[in-house]
Design a protein around this ligand. Structure first.
Ligand code: CP
Length: 303
């Protein structure tokens, strides 16, 4: 894989290979990326994605060039195009991790880049490495991925993490989704058409309570304030679906609650010590899977 822009690029075999490598990297020290440089270009805020990629690169022996708030602090603020920025960064780094508010930005970057570009979230498009760590969490926490029933809750229209995991689970067998949202924030047709083509069954509902009782995985998501046309519109939906301890306690034994984080009230803190809550562990799994991804994409490449 030269660039990673969307989850559809993976096969089950490549996912298995990546996850086995992530398992090994948890146990074995590895400094095989000594001499390599990661450039992280973030035009939107981030805590987990940027830090976990940067930490992963450093733990593998590599170095990091880091640009946060790139819309203000890079020459994009003077009007430089993403293509020109990427062409220039190609001279300074071996791999680029890019977060950008525009859907399709990572594809634009990949077109002009001779070094690998990883999409770290492009607007309401995709967040493929989030989906990888979500899937890796399921792989680590449940007996198997095939056959699971997952509820995806919240902002399915603008949530790139929700879109990406739906695409990725399309590669597995006998998956069933319950898509919980208000009618205005339903999953878009491109994802639903993909699921139908891949024989993944799903239903759409507004009822959180019923879904939580029957599923193996609850994927709670944040309402994406930054994607709404106005604050008033966002406030109509914020707080619509909140998981509290009563709902968590009603889940099946062994079922898990995941969330890409940050949360802004949609999971009460009283849920954090529930045996079902794995969302903080999920952030650690993200570090492992990003380590495996960097090693895979940079292995054998000369600096
Ligand atoms: N889940 C996620 O992308 O988190 P950050 O925005 O903190 O990177």
């Amino acid at each position: 894989m030269r660039h990673l822009t969307k989850t559809q690029q993976f096969t089950r075999a490549s996912l298995q290979q990546l996850f086995e490598l992530a398992d090994r990297l948890e146990k074995e020290p590895d400094d095989s990326l000594k001499g390599k440089i990661l450039a992280s270009l973030f035009y939107e805020p981030s805590t987990r994605t940027r830090f976990s990629f940067e930490s992963a690169m450093m733990r593998l022996g590599g170095n990091v060039l880091s640009m946060e708030s790139a819309s203000q602090s890079s020459s994009a603020n003077k009007g430089e195009t993403i293509e020109d920025t990427i062409r220039v960064v190609n001279h300074y780094a071996d791999i680029i991790v890019l977060r950008h508010p525009e859907s399709g930005a990572s594809e634009r970057a990949a077109k002009v880049s001779n070094i690998p570009v990883i999409n770290a979230g492009d607007g309401a498009g995709q967040h493929p490495t989030q989906a990888l760590l979500d899937l890796y969490t399921i792989y680590r926490e449940l007996p198997k991925v095939d056959g699971i029933h997952m509820a995806i809750i919240g902002d399915l229209r603008y949530g790139r993490a929700a879109r990406s995991i739906a695409y990725l689970l399309g590669k597995y067998k006998d998956i069933h989704f319950t898509l919980v949202s208000s009618p205005e924030l339903r999953m878009s047709d491109d994802v639903k058409d993909y699921l139908k083509r891949h024989n993944i069954t799903f239903e759409e509902t507004e009822s959180l309570e019923k879904a939580m009782k029957s599923v193996d995985v609850v994927y709670q998501t944040r309402v994406q304030k930054e994607r709404f046309p106005s604050e008033a519109e966002y406030l109509r939906f914020k707080g619509q679906y909140i998981i509290d301890r009563r709902l968590a306690d009603g889940m099946k034994e062994g079922a898990i609650i995941i969330h890409p984080l940050p949360r802004v009230g949609e999971i009460e803190s009283e849920v954090d010590d529930s045996p079902h809550a794995v969302y903080f562990k999920q952030a650690f799994y993200g570090f492992l899977v990003r380590k495996a991804l960097l090693k895979t994409m940079l292995s054998g490449k000369k600096s």
